[in-house]
Design a protein around this ligand. Structure first.
Ligand code: AMP
Length: 458
């Protein structure tokens, strides 16, 4: 199958594919979609970046009857970030389907609005994390008796996070004759066991083997722990404007490495699981809008991260298992692009390197790390800066309002303004770094939508 038009998709879904800008199916889509659309259960060995989301999104949209106001598709994801992206991709592909309600139910977000939304009417598509979906089921506000398609996304991650029991409980509430789709980057025995109990006559598809490997250049450096921070700064400095994600094994390293990179001049931010959801959102917005050029993250925090064009991924330390390594480096080289994975390892990490060698199927070529540390403040900062406005959707603020307030008479040039992200009670706008103070003054002194809001520079 070379084109989407060969698939039995409705005209509305063909339109959605077109609107999303997908010209040809990815490998995993080509392998799985004919079976998914025919209603078969599928288990897919598909890492992030393979196009798996669109594969199951098209599948579930295909089976929906938008005129029925009840949950017909359920997608379970390990994290809120991933669930959020999945919901967005489903909505994008469903642009031409009127009156479709896609709801997001995740832990770490307020329950009250979700209860209110369910009271209005059930969504046809539910996307959520197992904990919250389980909670809503127990409260008897969410009903899964009409589910036609069940999707377990990043099933291996959900198991790692201890969601197995919640998943079991949820699945039991869905009809037996549902279609089940299971996606997993790795294939441990536990996944096989789940597949056995939840799937029937499933087609197994997989993006495995060298032929389908994404184009990732692996560079391994042997560096002693005390030299890692300067070596990292020197290596990243060599990439100029490209943004990078640096993975650390511990929360302490996340903070220390981010501090060290800032000392060298990078616009680095830390992201770890113990941060408040709001602060995590803020960090992700700043990374996505290019006012942070190095994101230093723990594995939990980075799950589901979908940043377009992420050219460089760094392992500040090798993870203890090869699966985590695969997940980390899979953040780069998405959708057919190429990427670079840098790994720093000290002598005591060499046993871990062996496991990674097995995963890669080739011996590691060790490179020498740069010996000289860069000067403090010499590294490139991010090209943009972020202003935060303490107003959002609840104030009916839209991107156009922010743009208007900045670009009016004698204001900024539209080309100096980057991404605008509006949340419930706050909004973020990226501004060309050199213009940021100018823009801040303008927003503080002027009005947005005729009203004064608090604005600060992050
Ligand atoms: P995923 O593996 O679902 O995380 O998808 C990775 C990225 O590939 C997402 O940004 C998708 O929007 C994109 N994508 C999915 N399918 C296609 C396609 N057929 N052509 C181009 N990009 C795609």
């Amino acid at each position: 199958m070379d084109t989407f038009s060969e698939l039995p998709l409705s005209p509305a879904l063909q339109q959605g594919v077109h609107a999303a800008g997908y010209a040809t199916p990815t490998e995993i889509q080509a392998q799985s979609l004919p079976a998914i659309l025919a209603g078969r259960d599928v288990i897919a060995h598909a890492p992030t970046g393979s196009g798996k989301t669109a594969a199951f999104a098209l599948g579930l949209l295909h089976r929906l009857d938008p005129s029925l106001l009840r949950a017909q598709a359920l997608v379970l994801c390990p994290t809120r970030e991933l669930a959020d992206q999945v919901a967005r991709q489903i909505r994008k592909l469903a642009v031409a389907i009127p009156n479709l309600k896609v709801s997001l139910f995740c832990g770490g977000t307020p329950l009250a609005p979700q209860l209110a939304s369910l009271e209005a009417h059930d969504p046809q598509v539910v996307v959520g994390t197992p904990g919250r979906v389980q909670e809503l089921l127990r409260k008897k506000v969410l009903h899964l008796g009409g589910v036609r398609v069940l999707v377990l996304d990043e099933a291996d991650r959900m198991l790692d996070m201890g969601f197995e029991e919640a998943i079991d409980e949820i699945v039991k509430k869905t009809p037996q004759n549902r279609q089940s789709l299971l996606f997993s980057a790795t294939y441990p025995d536990e996944i096989r066991a789940i597949a056995q109990t939840m799937l029937r006559d499933a087609l197994e598809v997989g993006v495995a083997g060298a032929a389908h490997k994404p184009d990732i250049e692996q560079r391994f450096f042997e560096v002693e722990p005390a030299r890692k921070q300067p070596a990292l700064a020197a290596l990243l400095g060599g990439f100029g404007d490209d943004s990078a994600v640096v993975f650390c094994n511990t929360r302490k390293d996340v903070d220390e490495v981010a501090d060290s990179l800032r000392h060298y001049g990078f616009s680095a931010l830390a992201l770890h699981g113990e941060m408040e959801q709001r602060d995590r959102d803020e960090v992700l917005v700043r990374f996505a809008n290019r006012s942070c050029n190095v994101l230093v993250a723990s594995d939990v925090a980075a799950r589901g991260l979908d940043i377009e064009d992420l050219g460089i991924v760094v392992n500040y330390e090798l993870p203890s298992d090869a699966d985590t390594f695969q997940h980390r480096v899979g953040r780069t080289a998405r959708a057919g692009k190429s990427g670079i994975a840098i790994s720093l390892a000290s002598a005591r990490e060499l046993p871990r390197a062996q496991r990674i060698e097995e995963l890669l199927g080739t011996p590691i070529q060790w490179l020498r790390a740069p010996a000289a540390a860069p000067k403090a403040g010499s590294a490139p900062p991010a090209p943009m800066a972020t202003l935060r406005i303490d107003a959002g959707k609840t104030d009916k603020l839209r991107p156009g309002d922010v743009l208007g307030a900045l670009t009016g008479d004698a204001g900024l040039n539209a080309k100096d303004i980057g991404k605008i992200a509006i949340f419930a009670t706050r909004s973020y706008v990226a501004i060309e770094r050199k213009q940021a103070n100018n823009a801040l003054k303008r927003l503080q002194e002027g009005k947005i939508k005729g009203r004064k809001f608090r604005v600060s520079k992050l």
